[in-house]
Design a protein around this ligand. Structure first.
Ligand code: PEP
Ligand code: MN
Length: 337
């Protein structure tokens, strides 16, 4: 249920509503807008009749149900949201580009990558220190050492960084270093992990599972938000289909569809979405007219020698050329880089 307060509601009146909501067994999630405050109340909907009584208060404009099962992520609670990563805003007029290697491999490799993507105009550095690999014999990541190198890269370039968390026990450690958590496709429904990042303070990049629907992705966002962390960015990264020319089938329909259903920013990952280097620039450019708020892309100083995902990593030169194209395309959708 959503309680809509009238403009000009006083602090004591707001507190009174919050107390009543808790007393009725619901968890209040205030959403403060420019004109008015609404309080999303989440709990067992069978007890919602009591919440309706609050409509009798002068300063309550209305008490209305949220029809979607993803309550806090739903567009019904808010028209749009902006998520801050360091000093970068995702969901506003900037088309935000996150770039860097699949994995943090050595200190030199991540420092050089950071410098190269920064020079090309990227806004956020990406790099995995904890890698969820299909084979237990593949490179698993440098773990905390990798986080330290990324922090050093941030110091040198000023780029905030996003990195993947693969288990709940690592959340506190990663939060000490990173500017944004990444929840990977394989962990989209790891509910213990979602709840743990939901209790953390840093923003979360939530990737769509490779066989998940839009609604399932939004229910996973809801898990994070239900714990109090509302700073979630959704990411389309391709799904499994019968097509085998590409690594995944990159579903750009997800962008406008998710934006119809939710207020959360949406970015895309054409690197994992296609898995084919030549297909990444055209699909990255296509993200702009469908309404994406940005993209995440793999770039490696020497893709041939990459420990993971070399075949889908752009060279720094290819990335530079793509950034120039994106700068020309963004104004068509009233965005800038
Ligand atoms: C990654 O970003 O390197 C990654 C493992 O992505 P995904 O979870 O989308 O496969
Ligand atoms: Mn990768």
């Amino acid at each position: 249920m959503i309680i809509v307060l009238k403009p000009g509601t006083k602090k004591e009146e707001y507190d009174h509503v919050i107390d009543r909501v808790k007393e009725y067994g619901f968890k209040p999630h205030p959403i403060v807008g420019e004109e008015r405050t609404v309080i999303a109340c989440v709990g067992d909907e069978r007890d919602k009749t009591q919440l309706h009584q609050l409509e009798s208060l002068d300063y309550v404009e209305s008490v209305v149900p949220i029809l979607k099962p993803f309550k806090l992520a739903s567009k019904e609670t808010k028209p749009r949201s902006v998520v801050k990563v360091g000093n970068i805003e995702i969901g506003n007029s900037q088309f935000v580009v996150m770039a860097g290697p699949c994995s943090v491999e050595t200190k030199e490799q991540i420092l050089l990558s950071a410098e190269q993507v920064k020079k090309a105009g990227a806004h956020i550095l990406r790099g995995g220190a904890f890698k969820p690999r299909t084979s237990p014999y593949s490179f698993q990541g440098l773990e905390e050492e990798g986080l330290k190198y990324m922090a050093e890269a941030r110091e040198k370039t000023g780029l905030p960084f996003v990195t993947e968390v693969i288990q709940p026990g690592d959340v506190a450690l990663i939060e000490k270093y990173a500017d944004m958590f990444q929840i990977g496709a394989r962990n989209m429904q790891n509910f213990a992990l979602l709840k743990e990042v939901g209790r953390a303070k840093k923003p979360v990049l939530l990737k769509r599972g490779m066989s998940s629907t839009y609604k399932e992705l939004l229910m996973s966002a809801e898990y994070i938000m239900s714990q109090g962390n509302y700073n979630v960015v959704l990411c389309e990264r391709g799904i499994r289909t019968f097509e085998d020319y590409t690594r995944n089938t990159f579903d750009l329909t997800a962008v406008p569809a998710l934006k119809e259903l939710s207020h959360l920013p949406v970015i895309v990952d054409p690197s994992h979405g296609t898995g084919v280097r030549s297909l990444i620039p055209p699909m990255a450019k296509a993200a702009i007219p469908v309404g994406a708020d940005g993209l995440i892309i793999e770039v490696h100083p020497n893709p041939e020698k990459a420990f993971s995902d070399g075949a889908q990593s752009l060279t720094p030169d290819q990335f530079g050329a793509l950034m120039n194209d994106l700068k020309r395309y963004a104004p068509l959708e009233n965005k800038h880089l």
